[in-house]
Design a protein. Structure first.
Length: 216
């Protein structure tokens, strides 16, 4: 029987879990291609906070490494973002020109962190908290600054504050709307231009770091 071509756009937990179930139920039905814009296999985003604190590495939170894709004959295009879908020709096209034909298409794109649309939100040091790149950027920035403010009392927001304090001795303050419970799971962190030896942020009453944890 000729296999159908299945393309998954989004190499995250939900999408790859779908593939795992399909492989169990109908292992011979599809030739599978996966696109993910991150340069990794599928990792557990829930465990990003332990990576921030240094308790775990990216390898330790990996759910499906590259070997898993090879063992299941899955073509993995990591670090390639699909920017166009040609529905008439049934093609998924990545920004680098990579093209995959499909009979079935799964879009498992996840969510994006919401950063407050306020002046300064696009300045260097505004860091979201959604993926490994965000963690790396947050750690890099934390080496330069001393104070952090977490805006939003969600799970990742509080864990970000804890991680910055535990690993880098960064002073953290958490802010959230009183009507909100700890439900949010996406975030951003803003580090201002004041460096550690210069506690100049107190000059205008503004914090050195702002972290935003909110669901779009």
């Amino acid at each position: 029987m000729k296999r159908e071509k299945l393309v998954l756009i989004g190499n995250g937990m939900a999408g790859v879990r779908t593939l795992e179930e399909l492989l169990k139920l109908m292992p011979e039905k599809f030739d599978i291609t996966v696109f993910g814009d991150e340069p990794y296999g599928n990792y557990n985003r829930i465990l990003l906070s332990p990576v921030l604190t240094g308790e775990k590495t990216i390898d330790q939170i990996m759910l499906n490494d590259e070997q898993w894709y090879r063992e299941n004959s899955i073509s993995l295009h990591k670090g390639r973002k699909v920017t166009r879908i040609d529905r008439s020709r049934r093609l998924a096209i990545a920004e680098d020109g990579t093209v995959a034909e499909y009979d079935r298409l799964i879009l498992a794109l996840g969510s994006e962190p919401f950063i407050l649309p306020v002046p300064g939100a696009n300045l260097p040091g505004v860091v979201s908290f959604r993926n490994i790149h965000d963690v790396d950027l947050m750690l890099e920035t934390a080496r330069q600054f001393r104070n952090a403010v977490v805006i939003g009392g969600g799970l990742l927001g509080l864990e970000a504050a804890h991680g910055l304090m535990a690993r880098w001795n960064v002073s953290s303050t958490s802010l959230r709307r009183s009507s909100c419970g700890p439900r949010s799971n996406n975030g951003a962190c803003n580090f201002s231009s004041a460096r550690r030896p210069r506690p100049s942020s107190a000059k205008n009453g503004s914090p050195d770091c702002v972290s935003r944890m909110a669901r779009r």
